[in-house]
Ligand binder design. Structure first.
Ligand SMILES: N[C@@H](CCC(=O)N[C@@H](CS)C(=O)NCC(=O)O)C(=O)O
Length: 216
């Protein structure tokens, strides 16, 4: 069955799907769309008008975590644990990453010091949970890389792209999380899943939101 993945270049939900396909060496066609100017065919195809969507033949899959779950079934060696409860836990921890994406983007778009501090507080609460999990296992849900880690891998790629603009240490007080993120960023599959001018695109996107920390 042919796989056609529709993404936008800076979307973390999309990069996690590209990464999973690349990691599992599954052939696919990639279509980029501009979210500022979405084509009609995309609006018709995507139930929530969001990327990513995956065409599996004529069937359209949406929701990135569901898509990577499906992709994982296409190969004999699964990235999910065999045990039903551990598999459910893996999915639950992957779901937790959705919350982090939301707050991270809000943090990097915050217009005032007050909202920035508010999002930072929320972010640090979520980080505390990740730090607890990462004290138990090397990766987010196991001592080996599992599907849940593919959910987290693209989230923090915006940090190296923005390093010249950031004067705060988001991982201060979270040593295991810092280590985990460094390990994820060292994955060659992740770097090859980012578009060539990714850093520049992220910088432009954040600058266009005129966040508080850029104005200091
Ligand atoms: N829960 C969805 C979220 C997808 C999502 O929020 N995608 C963003 C881009 S990263 C989007 O398409 N937003 C609509 C827009 O930019 O107009 C998933 O995991 O796939």
């Amino acid at each position: 069955m042919s796989l056609v993945l529709v993404v936008s270049k800076t979307c973390p939900h999309c990069i996690r799907v590209v990464l999973t396909l690349n990691h599992l060496k599954i052939p696919y066609e990639l279509k980029y769309i501009d979210m500022e100017n979405t084509p009609d065919w995309f609006i018709k195809a995507s139930p929530l008008e969001k990327v990513p969507i995956l065409f599996v033949g004529d069937t359209i899959l949406f929701e990135s975590l569901v898509i990577i779950d499906y992709i994982n079934t296409l190969v004999p060696s699964s990235l999910l644990p065999n045990d039903n409860l551990q598999r459910a836990l893996n999915r639950a921890r992957a779901e937790f990453s959705q919350e982090i994406i939301e707050i991270l983007w809000s943090l990097f778009s915050a217009k005032t010091l007050e909202t920035f501090n508010l999002y930072m507080k929320e972010m640090r609460q979520l980080f505390s949970q990740l730090e607890i999990w990462l004290q138990q296992t090397k990766f987010i849900s196991d001592n080996i890389l599992t599907l849940a880690d593919f959910a987290y891998a693209p989230i923090f790629t915006i940090l190296p792209a923005l390093k010249q603009f950031i004067q705060f240490d988001i991982f201060d007080g979270f040593p295991r999380l810092r280590e985990y993120v460094d390990n994820l960023h060292a994955l060659p599959q992740l770097q090859m899943s980012l578009v060539e001018n990714y850093d520049l695109l992220i910088q432009k996107k954040i600058q266009s939101r005129e966040p508080y920390f850029l104005k200091q």
